[in-house]
Design a protein around this ligand. Sequence first.
Ligand code: FES
Ligand code: FES
Length: 154
Amino acid sequence: MKKLIELTVNGEHHEVAVTPEASLLNVLRGDLGLVGPKKGCDAGSCGCCSVHVDGKVVYSCMTYAVGAQGKEITTVEGIGHADDLHPLQQAFIDAGAVQCGYCTSGILMAAKQLLDTTPKPDEETIRHAIAGNLCRCTGYAKIVDAIKLAADRL
Ligand code: FES
Ligand code: FES
């Protein structure tokens, strides 16, 4: 049975009817049309679905939507736009860190949390911060370069 809940996503207030077991990922994508967070494994292994909840990166596939009430949720749509990219997004383009792009939104959210707390991370710290995000295309080197580039620019 569905229950009406209130969510704040990217600064906007939403009311949405969800089942108790609905994942935040399914609600973001299916009910709110925010398809930046991707469904990869749907089991807490790949990081494609990463979003911020109260500034901390979480796997939205493993987060109950009902548990996100009263918290600030940020998806990749909330950190920049096509005509006003976040420095991380621009750096990923400039460093060639995007291939298929399926992992990119999740890695951007992990990288943003890192740079929010550690403005000038070394390579080991960057690799540790994105360790929960799988990329099957890039081999990670260009992703690390992009995060370093964004840190230099910020
Ligand atoms: S889709 Fe959430 S961790 Fe893979
Ligand atoms: S760019 Fe394809 S999975 Fe990372």
